[in-house]
Design a protein around this ligand. Structure first.
Ligand code: HEM
Length: 392
């Protein structure tokens, strides 16, 4: 018996496939590390599966109690990410290495307010005309973003951490998703669009400036702000849209992700390029003929194209890092668990405002959930997540 277990343990785990749409310098197959200046699950190349759980604080949870929860979560997350059972794990056989598990912890405004000495951070997403928000997907006092390459590992971590939270907070909502990895071709969302191209590489100066909070409250230094939008897609309507109209709506060719008017997905978008019609012969009333060569007919990337409306150049330089997952809860309820990280929520709000005004994609997408959280800075060994907030 013992020999059989030993033999099974010696069988090599299949190599974790390269994941993630973003090209960063981080090895996509390497196990994420819990300790450090920043939490994992942000710059980490996207894993295959996501569950996002928001919690509501129980009325008796005060600053000291929240500190106890953060210390417990720190221990459990440290163990689970290392492939060990959490302390008191009810299902230790479900813990194990190789899944690239990350757990990312954030706080909503109410949790921040438990410590009156902690400087507040703006986490209010204004109402947009495109919103059809449902309370069951909106708000929350705490959040856990749990990602791994397999859904059993995600589920186990969510359950153990929710159990840890029970004396302090109850789940408000949870959303699960998968990223668009397929055996061949680039990852695509459920509208068939290749996503992540315009993201800054997940390391380096542009990413660091866009994502990590340095100018906000001292307790958030090294953290970031997460915007969550649950966006339902009108897939049946999208199915009927001609290919060129789809390309124009996004500003990129659906087929290969190249910006309209450019050759390849690696090319940057040229927002001044004009669209052209093929040469055409025009016959005048007197019978004379005139050849129209490639007449310009408007912008290659129209004014209402998603990538124009969202681009930093048209948003006063505002930039964020998107790490979205697809969801499918029913055949007529599918879309995007949109997650974006930014140093300050203003970056998200500015871009979202520009999209709400005139994004062509709005015809097929409806935000049904909305939330924002301050993602705590990381912690070094011996320290715990959230200490800077609790001890501010
Ligand atoms: C269901 C809704 C959405 C879909 C299907 C969608 C899809 C896409 C696609 C296919 C691209 C081009 C490839 C890429 O750069 O990733 C893109 C770009 C982008 N999207 Fe979205 N998106 C959605 C919602 C949003 C929202 C809510 C925001 C922010 C408020 C946003 C911000 C951006 C940004 C900043 C870019 C990059 C623009 C650039 O610099 O080229 N998107 N999106």
């Amino acid at each position: 018996m013992g020999g059989a277990v030993g033999a099974a343990a010696a069988v090599a785990l299949p190599a974790v496939q390269a994941q993630g749409a973003e090209a960063g310098s981080i090895d996509p197959a390497s196990a994420p590390v819990f300790h450090g200046a920043h939490q994992a699950g942000i710059a980490t190349p996207a894993q295959g599966h996501l569950t996002l759980v928001a919690f509501t604080l129980l009325p008796r949870t005060d600053r000291a109690a929240l500190g106890r929860l953060f210390r417990t979560w720190t221990q459990s997350i440290d163990a689970l990410m290392a492939g060990r059972p959490a302390p008191g794990d009810a299902a230790p056989e479900l813990a194990g290495p190789g899944s690239r598990l990350t757990v990312t912890v954030g706080v909503g405004a109410e949790a921040v307010a438990l410590n009156p000495r902690a400087e507040a951070v703006d986490l209010t997403i204004p109402a947009f005309t495109i919103d059809r928000l449902e309370p069951r997907w909106t708000g929350g006092d705490l959040v856990l973003q749990v990602c791994a390459d397999d859904s059993t590992t995600v589920h186990h971590a969510v359950r153990m951490l929710t159990r840890d939270a029970a004396p302090f907070a109850r789940p408000a909502w949870s959303q699960s998703g998968f990223n668009g990895q397929r055996p061949s071709g680039p990852p695509r969302n459920l509208m068939g669009l290749i996503e992540g191209t315009g993201n800054p590489p997940a390391s380096g100066e542009v990413f660091n400036d866009a994502v990590w909070t340095t100018q906000g409250p001292a307790w958030l230094t090294g953290g970031t702000v997460m915007a969550v939008r649950r966006i339902r897609m009108g897939l049946d309507a999208w199915d009927t849209v001609p290919e060129d109209e789809r390309d124009k709506a996004i500003g990129r060719r659906v087929q290969d992700g190249a910006p309209r008017g450019r050759k390849s997905i690696a090319d940057s978008a040229d927002f001044d390029l004009l669209d052209t019609l093929p040469s055409a012969t025009h016959v005048h009333g007197d019978g004379s003929q005139h050849l129209h060569r490639s007449a310009p007919v408007g912008l290659a990337i129209p004014d209402d194209a998603h990538i124009r409306r969202a681009h930093p150049a048209f948003n006063d330089g505002r930039r964020n890092f998107r790490r979205a997952y697809s969801y499918s809860d029913a055949i007529d309820d599918a879309g995007l668990v949109f997650i974006a990280f930014q140093a300050d929520l203003d970056a998200f709000i500015g871009i979202q405002r520009s999209l709400a005004k005139a994004d062509a994609l709005n015809a097929w997408t409806t935000p049904v959930g909305s939330a924002a959280f301050a993602i705590l800075p990381g912690c070094e060994p011996g320290d715990w997540l959230g200490r800077t907030l609790i001890e501010a």
